[in-house]
Design a protein around this ligand. Sequence first.
Ligand SMILES: [Zn+2]
Length: 42
Amino acid sequence: MDHKCLNCGIASRNVLLLSCEFKGEMLFVCIKCLPILIHGSR
Ligand SMILES: [Zn+2]
């Protein structure tokens, strides 16, 4: 499996990805983008 971060698109082979579920879909976000998503900054 080669999941990618939903925010920056980096692959799980390069960085730790965290899985999450949203509206019944499994999404993945890297540890760098997670704080961005939490704080909602754009
Ligand atoms: Zn990312």
